[in-house]
Structure formats: C-alpha cells, structure tokens
Design a protein around this ligand. Structure first.
Ligand SMILES: [Zn+2]
Length: 119
C-alpha cells in the first residue's frame, strides 16, 4: 500500500484526494480501495485548493461549546478542480457557483480548510 500523504486532518496545510488507477474515479474520503470499482490502492495527490461552491448552509446554532464563538458560520460543499466534492468552512457571503480557493483557519482548536472567493 502507498504511503498516505499528510493533510489537514494531520495538522498539515493541505487537502488531499485519491484517484483510482483503474477506473479514474476521484474520491475525497481516504480508503484503501476505490469506492466506484473496488480496485485497491488508489493514487493519492495534493489538491490545488481551487473549486466552486456547490451549496452553502449557514450554521446559526453551535453544536458544541467550542464552536459557539464562531456562530454564525458557513458550511460549504465545494466542487474541487480535481473532481471531488468536499465539505468545508467558508466566507458567509459566498453563493452557489462562486469560484473559491482554500486556505486554513483555526476552528474550535483545530486547523480546518476555509474557502474564500478567488480573485
Ligand atoms: Zn475505480
């Protein structure tokens, strides 16, 4: 099995994804196999952080005491340039279809991907 690249869940300022070497399926959640065809050992790569907004949802009620300081905050689904879709934080003013680029911000004590409109 190939070595897993460090990403933001490991404290690294990076978003990673996997591409299946047999069918070309792209997936964000890391697995030892392709979710589409079941082939093992998908190839890992670092994403550019560029994408467009697929949906937005403003969170107005804190789920935990640690997130209360951030309310209201926007949770986005972003279609990334590489072909996978991920959930992430982003600017409150973003609308569906906006071009965005990722940076990383602390949220409830953890560094998380944060999307803002790209210039
Ligand atoms: Zn596949």
């Amino acid at each position: 099995m190939s070595k897993r690249l460090a990403d933001w869940t490991k404290g690294e300022e990076a978003i990673t994804y996997q591409t299946c070497t047999s069918c070309g399926h792209v997936q964000y959640f890391h697995r030892a196999f392709c979710a589409a065809c079941g082939a093992s050992d998908p190839r890992e790569a670092r994403a550019s952080g560029k994408g467009s907004v697929y949906s937005t949802s403003l969170v107005c009620r804190a789920a935990t005491p640690e997130t209360r300081a951030h309310v209201p905050y926007n949770i986005l689904l972003v279609d990334c340039a590489e072909g996978f879709r991920m959930m992430a934080h982003g600017d409150n003013g973003l609308a569906i279809g906006d071009s965005v680029v990722a940076s990383f911000k602390p949220f409830a004590g953890k560094l998380v991907p944060y999307f803002a409109r790209s210039k």
